[in-house]
Every structure is written in C-alpha cells, then in structure tokens.
Design a protein around this ligand. Structure first.
Ligand SMILES: C[S@@+](CC[C@H](N)C(=O)[O-])C[C@H]1O[C@@H](n2cnc3c(N)ncnc32)[C@H](O)[C@@H]1O
Length: 794
C-alpha cells in the first residue's frame, strides 16, 4: 500500500487529514511498541544456543515508516541482506537501568492509552516479516543452555547484561490489554527460549531478542531441572514475583478464576501447571478441555476430553461432561460423523436434553452439505450479515489436485468430469481469518513484507498471528498448512493435496509444546496463498465491498490454495461472510485445469504482470489467454495504449464526437488485428460515442448509437446475440406467462462488470425510439440479469 492509497483508505474511513498527519508524526516518533514492550518488571528465562549464525546488529538499519518510498524499502532490504551475512558478534551492552527506565515509560504510556482510549491518538506499530528466522525445529529436551537470562521485555544474563525481548505471534495476545499479558507472563516466571534471533530493531537504537514462534517458548517451574544449580546475579528470585502455587488444587482454583473471568489461555496454563504437580488429575484435564474449546483449540480439547472419557475409574459425571466436550471438539474439527455418534450417545443417556438433540441435527445438516453441496444459501447470506463466521461444512465438487507443469509449487486443480457453467466447485471455511478496524482498535500496524517488498495490510500481518494460533491449538493440522506452496525459496511441496488427515487428536501442553511452528515458512505460506474476503452485502449484493466497520480482511484457505491463477479464469469466487464459494464460470471439460483470478483481470497487462510477479511470484510470462493476447499486441502497443489512457483522466463526455472517433481509431491501432472483440480499454470510448450520437435524436444516429453500445459490451467480453436468444426468461403479466429473451450469451458466466449495465439500459431506451418492444424488454431483462449475475449464481 503506498502513502496515497493509505491516505485514501483513511479518508474513506472518515479520518480527517489532521488525523492522518497526527498518525504520521506519532509514528515517526514511536519505536516498535508491542504488547510485551510495555511490561515493566523482569521475567526470567533460559536461552538455548543459536544453531546457526544470525548476525548481531552492527550499525542501525535505514529508518523506515509506512510512507517510505520503494527506494527506501529497497535500501532497507539491501541493508538487511548484507547485515544478515555478517558473522555473529556480541551485541553492544546497554545499561540495564536505561532499558528498564524506557520500559517503564512505555508501560506508563500504554496504561494511559488503556485508561483513556477515547482521548488517545492512534498508536502506530511497525515491523518486518518475511526474513529468514530460526524457529527451533528441535524438541525441548535437546536444550543445551549456555546462557541464563532474566526474561521479560528487558532481560539480562547472569552477569547483568541487559537486552530487550520481543515475543511475536503468541496466541491470544494480539491487541490484548496489559493486565492480560501480565497474567499470561507473570513477573518472575521462568521460560526457556529456543533459538531466539538477536536482531536490530526496525526502529530505534536498541537491538532486540526476537522470538517469532510461540512453540519456541517453554515455561519452566522454579523446580525444573534446567534451573538446578543456576545462580542469578540479581538474587534467587525477582522481588515482585508473586506466590507460585505448589499443588494441583491451588492451580485448579487459579485456573477456575481465570476461566470465570474469560481468560481462556491463562486458565489452560494454570490447569497445565496443575497437571505437572499431578499428572493423573482428571478434573484438571476436563477443565482444560473446556478452556481449549473456548479457544477453538479443537484437537487439544478433543484429546483431553477423550483421555478423561476413557480413563479407568472415571466417575459418571466426569465421563458425561467429557463425552459432550469431545463431541463438540470433533464437530469443531469438522469430523461430523464422529461428533454425531458422540452426541447420540449423550442423547441416549439424557433423552430430555434438547441441546444434544439439536447438535445431532446440526451434524446431519453438515453431513448433507459436505456430501451433496446442498446449502441453504439465503439463510447463510442472512447470517453472514451479522457474523462472518458461518457454521457450514466444507464441500468439494468434481475436481482434484494434480501435478501441473509450469506452475509454482507444481500443482493445480483439474475437473474430473465435465462441469457445467454455474456448478458448485468449492465451499470452504477459512483456516485462519483476520479483519482489522483501525478506528476501533486504535492501532495502526504497518508491516514491511520482505518477500514482496510491499507493505502488508493490517489484516495480513494479523492473519499470520491467527494462523499461528490455530496451528498452536490444533497441531494435527500442521501438514494441511505446511504442504501449501511456500514460495520459490522453499523446496517444492508434496505432489498431492490434501494430506492424509490425522484422525487421532493430539494432546497439547501449552507450557512445553512439542510441535514446532516454522514461522518464516508460515509467513511465506500466508504471503503466497492469502485472500482478501469481501463479503456480499445486502444493499448492493452483487458488488462485493468490505463489511461495515472493517478496513481490510485477510484469510488463508487450504484447499482453495490449490487453484492457480488465470486472467481469463473458468471459475469465479465470492465470499459469504468469510466462507469462500467457488463456481464454474463456463463449461469445463473433464481433465481441463480449473483456474481463478488472483487479481482483477481488468488491470492493464503490465500492472497485472508486475503484481503477479511481486506479490505471487508468478513467472514473468503468465500463460493465460488474456496475457497471451496482450503479448501479441506487443510491448510498444501496450505502452502506447497506457499513454493514451493516461491522457483521458479528465473524462470523455465533454470531448467532441470527432475527437472521440479519432481516439477510438488510435486505441484500436494498439490491438493486434488478430485479437477478438474483447478490448477493455475501448469500452468507455464506444459508450461515450453512443451517448453523443443519441443526443442528435435522429433515426440513423440512434441506430449507430445502439451499435456503439453493443461494441462497448463486446469490449467488456460479453457476446451479444444477433441470432437465436440465449435463454428464455419467464415473466408473468395478467396471469399469462410471456417469455423475454436475454440479448447476451450466458454460456460463459464470466464476471459481468458493473460497467455493462449502463450500455444495456441505454440500448433498451434507444429501442423506444423504434417502438421495438421485443428489444426494449430483452435489453431491460438483460440489464437486470447482468446486475444479478456477477459471475456466479447461488
Ligand atoms: C496459491 S498457489 C497455487 C497452487 C500451487 N501451484 C501449488 O502447487 O500449491 C500460488 C502459486 O502458484 C503458482 N501459480 C499460480 N498460478 C500460476 C500461473 N498461472 N502460472 C504459473 N504459476 C502459477 C505461483 O507460484 C503462485 O505463487
């Protein structure tokens, strides 16, 4: 997003220019504040040795802000690449008191923001993603601590050498309040950080220890064997370290307090500490399963509930609760058959419980949707207006993933039988979804993505954190995400998709997760596969726009990520809430590749090529029909066309007819003679010529006006029928049914652009001049159809 786009976005959201100026200056003065960056006192911890050399920073990076020019971004990237090749050296020592003082100040500022959110200006945060980093891929028992440090935002080693610690992507901490972070990372808690990265801060003078992956953090009890024999220079414990429960019952009570206050992850932590004291406790596991359900950690919830349900000697009451929780967790995992069996078991022991009967019905619906693609579209549309998260099953039509030559990642989607226009191909809930609302959150997060050299939208970086959270709580989904295409820097993914599902739930100990999330790869996967859901809206349902109150949204879909791009695709997608629905936009033969458009096919060729190359790493030569056509036109013609279009910014309507006709000739000459009628750049010229002709109000001119508007429609890619009508559409009049013909081809349900409606209506109006009722009704009907067919019919 460039500064101009940002300014436009802000003003469309109701920010004044003064607001924007305030944000910019505040941003430049502010360093990389994050939630943890505002904590005051000390935590303690242990670092594992870095397994590979990550250069400690020497000399600061070029400064960056969200109004940095592409050259400044390139300079930063250049610095970063050079800097990361330097051998590691010790970082500069910064007095502990200096760091603590600045930390205290940050905290006070943050507290002020929380106290008076309405009077505080927007907080700006800036960070960088998409650089190589070292998420530990080893198990924690392989830890070999070489240095002992006190961990919080300021950490120090046993000799008192102080550093800043930044933890990114820790589940549930996004935009959370200080009081919540204090609970999650209480003062004095000891953690082992596996393979931290020591790097220059994006802003400000001080280097930071950065931990990107939450699975690189292991929480240690004071009695942990790693801490045996460790002597802290600052004394055996941090002064404000609060009492540490030493038995399972106290941990249970603490967990229950957190749970009652809606602090789900801290409650799961407390139950997990309790389980360290008493690994056989069923009540702790049962309680933890409910905390996990609230966090949507379905796999972890199912594992705990299953453990309790099947434990020897479990009481009926516990078994009952565990059964219900396991059933809900399996439902959350999309295992509707298993969930239904469990809900039925519950119903048979509680015949009067209407809730479990309701769950059995819901499972029935999901099973039907997943098998036959039979959805209640209207109901879903209505629900999506209140909540983007819809309770639906995923569906896959007659398609499969195959190896495709010349495609990044090597795979693509192909039809396994002949598909008709409009057929449903995919319905998929997002793996992760993030939306942002700057006004509500009061935070502007700018993220430089080193993989694309572009600024990510706020929701893009948030979505990485959301995907991390889903993986953290559902470790069985690892392959579903890590078998996606991760960009040219990573080895090709496996040739098939989806991976075999893991049926047995995997247990999660949040204090010492055994799974490892490779954050650099996850960032790259999100970059190469993300979508911006723009849900259908009620007032103008066929013009997708952002939902009210949402500035941007980003989602990762897994199966959908298998579709390759084409600028003239044969499938279209829309969003109901955050659920993606893909349909065939024309007939597709068995074996043919099914493609979707990642970007608007209406952009000029060079813009499409550049966006596809930088944002999607598509090869310089896209082999779709539209790009081939554009290449046949030739670079000089494409350039010339853009130059002509650039001169038209003042609009066309006021220009004399002769000038327009000359313009039409000039533009036409930029298209190769072999090209068909689809010439997007010429739509408007034809339509404006038609308007001029119409103004003269003669029979001949009116006829020519109709022909010019037909050309305008053909330039937009529509096939106007000159012979047999496309389809009969019935309408009732005086109880008799009369058929009205559509005037354009409907075999290809490509996106009917908004621009097509005006020429259609004007043609209908022009036929009034000729008293031609068939054409008047036909074109009115066609305009109505066009308005209601943005490429897919539900
Ligand atoms: C969302 S993935 C599509 C699935 C991918 N081909 C796979 O095997 O996982 C996006 C990546 O596929 C490749 N890709 C998509 N469309 C392409 C096209 N038309 N030509 C070449 N590569 C394409 C690019 O590398 C792009 O970054």
């Amino acid at each position: 997003m460039d500064p101009q786009q940002l300014a436009q976005m802000m003003s469309s959201m109701g920010f004044s220019p003064e607001d924007l100026a305030g944000m910019m200056s505040q941003f430049n003065a502010n360093t990389s504040a994050n939630g943890l960056g505002s904590m005051g006192d000390l935590l303690r911890g242990i670092t594992a040795p870095r397994r590979s050399g990550v250069a400690a920073p020497r000399g600061g990076p070029p400064s960056l802000s969200f109004n940095s020019s592409p050259e400044e971004v390139a300079a930063y990237k250049d610095w970063f690449e050079k800097d990361s090749k330097k051998p590691p050296v010790p970082g500069p020592a910064i007095p502990r008191t200096t760091l603590l003082a600045s930390q205290e100040m940050s905290r006070r500022q943050q507290e002020e923001v929380e106290r008076t959110p309405e009077t505080t200006t927007y907080q700006t945060r800036f960070t960088v993603i998409g650089f190589p980093k070292h998420s530990c891929m080893l198990q924690s028992h392989e830890l070999e601590p070489t240095s002992v440090v006190a961990i919080q935002t300021i950490i120090e080693d046993i000799d008192g050498d102080a550093r800043i610690l930044s933890i990114y992507n820790f589940p549930t901490t996004l935009l959370s309040r200080l009081s919540y972070i204090d609970v999650l990372f209480p003062l004095g808690v000891t953690m082992a950080i596996l393979e931290p990265t020591y790097k220059a801060a994006t802003q400000g003078p001080n280097a930071i220890i950065r931990v990107d992956s939450p699975t690189d953090i292991v929480f240690l009890d004071p009695t942990h064997e790693l801490l045996r024999g460790v002597h802290w220079k600052t004394g055996p414990r941090v002064s404000s370290f609060s009492a540490w429960p030493s038995d399972a019952d106290r941990w249970k009570a603490r967990g229950n307090d957190h749970f009652k206050a809606g602090r789900w992850l801290p409650s799961a932590f407390a139950y997990s500490y309790g389980l360290r004291c008493d690994p056989t406790s069923l009540v702790l596991r049962l309680n933890r399963s409910e905390s996990y359900l609230r966090l949507k950690f379905y796999t972890a919830a199912s594992a705990d509930a299953h453990h309790v349900r099947c434990a020897a000697g479990v009481t009926d009451a516990y078994r009952d609760k565990a059964l219900y929780r396991e059933a809900k967790a399996e439902y959350g995992r999309g295992h509707y058959q298993i969930a239904q069996i469990l809900f039925k078991q519950r119903r048979s022991s509680h015949p009067d419980d209407s809730e479990s009967a309701g769950w059995v019905d819901r499972c029935d619906k999901r099973l039907r949707e997943g098998q036959s693609g039979a959805y209640d579209w209207m109901q879903l549309f209505k629900q999506s207006q209140n909540d983007p998260h819809l309770d639906v099953a995923d569906y896959k039509g007659p398609i499969e993933v195959r190896q495709m030559s010349n495609r990044g990642g090597g795979r693509g989607v192909a039809a396994i039988e002949d598909i008709r226009v409009g057929d449903l191909l995919v319905v998929e809930k997002p793996f992760s979804y993030a939306s942002s609302n700057i006004k509500e959150s009061g935070v502007i997060q700018m993220t430089l993505n080193m993989l694309t050299s572009r600024m990510d939208k706020q929701s893009q970086s948030t979505n990485v954190a959301c995907a991390t959270q889903v993986l953290y709580g559902n470790p069985d989904l690892d392959d579903r995400v890590f078998h996606l295409y991760a960009g040219p820097e990573y080895p090709a993914p496996p040739p098939t998709y989806p991976p075999r599902p893991v049926s047995d739930p995997v247990e999660l100990d949040p204090l010492s997760p055994t799974q490892r999330i490779d954050m650099a790869k996850l960032e790259s996967i999100c970059t190469h596969n993300n979508f911006s859901p723009m849900p259908l809206q009620p007032h103008d349902p066929f013009t997708p726009i952002s939902a009210p109150g949402i500035d941007s949204s980003t989602a990762l879909y897994t199966y959908t990520s298998m579709f390759n791009h084409s600028c003239s695709p044969n499938a279209n997608y829309i969003f109901l809430g955050n659920v993606i629905v893909i349909r065939a936009s024309c007939s597709i033969k068995a074996g043919q590749e099914v493609t979707i458009a990642y970007i608007s096919p209406h952009q000029p060729y060079t813009e499409r090529r550049d966006t596809l190359a930088t944002a999607w790493h598509l090869p310089a030569v896209c082999d779709c029909a539209q790009c081939q056509d554009d290449r046949v036109d030739g670079a000089a013609n494409l350039r010339h066309r853009e130059e002509i279009l650039a001169t038209l910014s003042g609009g066309l309507l006021r220009r004399p007819l002769e000038e327009l006709q000359a313009l039409e000739k000039k533009l036409s000459a930029t298209y190769a003679p072999t090209r068909g009628p689809r010439r997007l750049a010429m739509y408007n010229v034809h339509h404006v010529i038609a308007e001029h002709l119409r103004a003269s109000y003669s029979m001949a001119a009116m006829n020519r006006a109709i022909q010019e508007d037909i050309k305008a429609l053909e330039c937009l890619g529509l096939t106007v029928l000159k012979g047999a009508p496309a389809r009969s559409v019935s309408r009732s009049k005086s109880k008799k049914r009369r058929d009205v013909e559509l005037m354009v081809e409907v075999d290809h349900l490509g996106y009917v652009p908004e621009e097509a409606i005006a020429p259609m209506l004007r043609i209908a109006q022009s036929y009034i001049f000729f008293d031609d009722l068939t054409n008047i009704l036909g074109w009115l009907k066609t305009a109505q159809w066009g308005k209601h067919n943005p490429g897919t019919t539900l």
